[in-house]
Design a protein around this ligand. Structure first.
Ligand code: PHE
Length: 347
């Protein structure tokens, strides 16, 4: 073949080679789009112009040039499409995510350390046959004081110690009124733990709070002695704080128990050397206890000639401080997530 069609075929081959080289070298979506317009654009594409000129050629040249032009168009089109596919999806030229950025914090719920203590105390006594009993925080003066053998002039009855609600009601100052409720509802033998919040007009300081939890326990049966009380509480302390923990009992006084004792545990924050939490003594009082006073049995109609019993009231806030090394009770009331986050998997 010779003449104009040979020239056109050579020009076409050059155009195709040029287009293919430029597509291969192109970087980015805009560059590819520009090449598509340059070569294949409907109005001014250089290959389009050749195709548009075909009708003016004589039949042989038209066929030869037409075939070559169509093949070039298909080849450039294929190359452009492949190059476009190789680009990331539209819009992703935006900055890529910074994988070194710290992840957003995911908060998970957890039981309060005092709740963990209360549940564990009740579970340990649960193994010994104690069931769990709860009652109201707004109590009668009779259940909170009178039936528990408080004399009318007892200092606890003073306005500065107790939140009175009026009409013979108050916010219970301890969980001992639950002893009255249980003994009026059930006959002996009784073995029960009674957790709950209590209220006293104490200002916040490192070891006091105006609201605090207690767990009360009561065992009433024939033949119960002070030995049962000491043995049960010592067993409990070893289960709760560890087999080698040191405990001691000191004589005490409560209107509703006789004799009475306080149980102290070696301060686990300073290990007995003295710190603000144990007021320098090396010991922490965790509960008051004693043998149920016969006057209390009389008040609830239990025969004190036949039955004896022991009771204790312990402070889970103090115990949480000991167990988790919290030097100030106020931390247990503040709800600071940096503190509570440590208890997510059960403390
Ligand atoms: N109720 C007493 C208190 O709040 C504790 C206690 C309970 C003592 C039961 C003896 C028996 O301090």
């Amino acid at each position: 073949m010779s003449g104009p069609s040979a020239e056109q075929l050579a020009a076409l081959a050059a155009l195709r080679a040029e287009a293919e080289a430029r597509v291969r070298a192109a970087r980015g979506r805009d560059a590819l789009q520009q090449l598509r317009t340059d070569y294949l654009g409907r109005k001014a594409g250089r290959l389009t112009a050749i195709l548009k000129g075909l009708p003016a050629l004589d039949p042989d040249a038209r066929r030869a040039v037409g075939e070559a032009a169509n093949a070039a168009k298909a080849a450039i089109e294929t190359l452009l499409e492949a190059a476009e596919r190789a680009l990331a999806p539209a819009g992703s030229e935006a900055p890529r995510p910074d994988l070194t950025m710290p992840a957003r914090r995911q908060w998970r719920g957890a039981l309060h350390p005092v709740t963990l203590v209360v549940d564990e105390v009740c579970a340990i006594f649960g193994e010994l046959g104690f069931t769990r009993y709860v009652g109201p925080e707004a109590e009668t003066e009779r259940n909170n004081f009178t039936a528990l053998n408080f004399p009318p002039e007892h200092p606890s009855l003073e306005m500065h110690d107790t939140f009175y609600l009026g009409e013979g009601m108050l916010l219970r100052t301890h969980t001992s009124p639950l002893q009255i409720r249980v003994m009026e509802a059930y006959r002996p033998p009784i073995r029960v733990t009674m957790p709950g919040m209590c209220y006293r007009r104490d200002p916040f300081d490192p070891s006091h709070a105006p609201a605090f939890s207690q767990v009360e326990a009561l065992a009433v049966d024939e033949g119960i002695t002070f030995v049962d009380l000491k043995a049960s509480l010592t067993y409990f302390a070893r289960r709760f704080f560890g087999p080698s923990v040191r405990v001691r009992f000191r004589p005490s006084f409560f209107p509703f128990t006789e004799p009475s004792a306080d149980m102290e545990v070696e301060c686990l924050i300073c290990h007995g050397t003295g710190c603000p939490a144990c007021k320098g003594s090396g010991w922490m009082e965790i509960l008051g206890a004693g043998m149920v006073d016969p006057n209390v049995f009389e008040a609830v109609g239990v025969d004190p000639e036949r039955y004896t019993g022991w009771a204790f009231g312990m402070g889970p806030h103090r115990m949480a401080m000991l167990r988790y090394g919290v030097p100030d009770i106020r931390v247990l009331f503040e709800g600071d997530m940096r503190f509570h986050d440590q208890f997510v998997d059960g403390g």
